[in-house]
Ligand binder design. Sequence first.
Ligand code: NAD
Length: 254
Amino acid sequence: MRLQGKVILITGAGSGIGKSSALLFASEGAVVIVNDLQEDKGNETVEEIRAAGGEASFIQADVTNPDSVKAMVDTAIAQYGRIDVLFNNAGISGVGAIHEVEPEAWDRVIAVNIRGVFLPSKYVLPHMMERQSGAIINMSSCIAEIGLGRRASYSATKGAVLALTKSMQVDYAPYGIRVNALLPGTILTPFVENYLRTSYDDPEEAIQSLKKRQLSGDLGRPEDVAKAALFLASDESKFMMGSPLYIDGGVTFG
Ligand code: NAD
């Protein structure tokens, strides 16, 4: 059991990578606090964890809303006494080049993907600082490193999360807190399927063309990222601080 007894809060754990991570973490002995905006999806994750014999609870919150996030953290602390690991996973896609993106759509992507890292961290960190330990995993993307067209708002947020991760690491290393980032490539989740459906006339052709960009010749699965998240959540990664961890089938440097 690589996470025995750890209390772990995962945002956006009702779907995709967050859900896969929640299931894996629980199977490794963690108590998982599942957050999502969507109550039905979050509860589904909890039910699956419990059906497999794991321990989990759901807290609905919008990661862009300070009151909602503070209430979530207060509830989690009241229930479990601590949060050992915070996985800032929730995120949304943003499609379009700058001239195509409406200001409101831009603001929402910035809010979920950056404010959604800031707020949970802001309210969890004082508890970790008090205990002089903790790990935070921030969800960036390999898009922070590579130029991909028509993803202006999304690229801006994931680059920001990578820079924020490094800044956070400097600030909180003195408190024994590690902050690292995940940089996935294209992972087949509802998030990507929705992007392909709305952006391409022929999503299957788009998948084949994306596969050709990978050194691996295939796209990733949520479990691939969950396994990397497990490593960053566990003490096995205790010498990793402020690091970007690529799970991208080789697309970034291929
Ligand atoms: P997904 O859409 O399957 O899951 C995201 C979850 O976040 C959903 O359940 C959604 O309800 C939740 N969410 C959205 N806004 C929220 C909010 N304001 N408050 C709380 N929850 C909210 O997506 P996914 O593919 O699993 O992506 C998870 C993360 O991984 C995102 O940050 C995404 O940018 C990142 N990522 C994904 C890929 C990929 O190819 N799938 C690649 C790189 C990075």
